[in-house]
Design a protein around this ligand. Structure first.
Ligand code: GLY
Ligand code: MN
Ligand code: MN
Length: 356
């Protein structure tokens, strides 16, 4: 954690800032190790403080031994931060523009006269490059998701509700060491397959259809995010055709992942293939995103992304085609950018599985 804080300080000083107030929970955890639900972090030149409340006193001491834990009344965190800034006579203070609420901003500015400066993505930029321990945690989360896929296939058959499949996935992952699921599990069958984020419903799985499963585990704070589309019976020809197009588009994008590549070129590889086959307008989302402490973090893998891939980044590659009224296909892998290329972490099969 100390090295992370040092890297953050270097970024602050480059910008002429003397301090940063961190409120976004994943950033707070990244810098301190603290997993509680309430608290803010104050980084200055020589100090790093975690201000939290009575409920977390013991936990904060245990989880965040490298920073100073300061216990304040709930609702008083910003006043305490202001007091600490005043004691150090620090005046150029950054805050996280995307995360600090308006009321917290008012509390801060009323409590302390400083040069309050909005910052964007300072900690998030550090989080994009994973260290060995973070990669190990992501691998463990991916392994749970892959094993859950093998498990759930046995439960897929016509008549079973989407919600029952989501429960099988969640139960399996939690039974085997996940502390939670990464986001509400998507099980989108039949025509619902055209909903890119079709969270599992009470709808029973039909016959001769496709089902998209998109889910992930949380392991030691880090997530996986995998999508597989599988068949029950004999789906309509057009769905089988788009399955192969998505599969090849996904493989083309995977081949584009390497250090030094532009994230937008990875997006282009998938999108160009889908456009060549006439389905460009039906692929309306980006090709991927970073994963880590959050399920959507940097770098964006989109047509407009400015990111250049670097070793240690972990991204998803997840093109899809969605046909309203008929169904849809998405295939999503989690990929580590290595020194020499890429390692696809997810190992679940991508040839079309016919279940049930
Ligand atoms: N399920 C969200 C995503 O794949 O990005
Ligand atoms: Mn997903
Ligand atoms: Mn994803």
């Amino acid at each position: 954690m100390k090295a992370r804080i040092e890297r953050l300080r270097a970024k602050l000083f480059e910008r002429g800032l003397e301090a940063l107030i961190v409120v976004h929970p994943p950033n707070r955890r990244y810098l301190t190790g603290f997993t509680g639900s309430a608290g803010i972090v104050l980084i200055t030149e020589n100090e790093a403080d975690l201000i939290t409340d009575f409920r977390y006193e013991t936990q904060a001491m245990e989880e965040a031994p490298e920073v100073t834990v300061d216990i304040a009344a709930a609702g008083e965190f910003f006043h305490r931060a202001a007091k600490r800034l005043g004691a150090r006579d620090v005046r150029k203070v950054g805050f996280e523009a995307a995360h600090l609420t308006w009321s917290a901003y008012q509390a801060l500015t009323e409590a302390y006269a400083a040069e309050w400066t909005p910052t964007e993505g300072l900690v998030e930029a550090l989080r994009m490059i994973k260290d060995a321990e973070e990669i190990a945690r992501i691998r463990a989360a991916v392994d749970l998701a892959d094993r859950a896929f093998t498990h759930v296939i046995n439960a897929v058959k016509a008549g079973v509700r989407e919600r029952d499949l989501s429960l099988e996935l969640e139960w399996f992952m939690r039974r085997n060491g996940a502390e939670g699921i990464a986001f509400p599990t998507i099980v989108a069958s039949g025509a619902r397959g055209s909903l890119p984020h079709g969270v599992a419903s009470d709808q029973p799985i039909g016959r001769d259809t496709l089902i998209t499963l998109d889910y992930g585990a949380v392991r030691d704070g880090y997530v996986s995010d995998i999508t597989r589309t599988i068949a029950v019976g004999e789906p309509p020809k057009e769905l089988l055709a788009i399955y192969e197009i998505v599969r090849r588009a996904q493989e083309a994008a995977l081949r584009a992942v390497r250090p030094g590549a532009s994230a937008k070129d990875v997006d282009r590889a998938a999108r160009a293939y889908i456009e060549e086959h006439g389905y460009g307008p039906r692929f309306g989302h980006s090709t991927g995103h970073g994963i880590g402490l959050e399920v959507h973090e940097g770098p964006a893998v989109s047509a407009k992304s400015e990111a250049v891939l670097e070793p240690g980044m972990v991204i998803t590659v997840e093109p899809g085609i969605y046909l309203p009224g008929l169904g849809g296909v998405r295939i999503e892998d989690d990929v580590l950018v290595t020194e020499t290329g890429a390692e696809v972490l997810t190992t679940s099969p991508k040839t079309l599985i016919v279940a049930g």
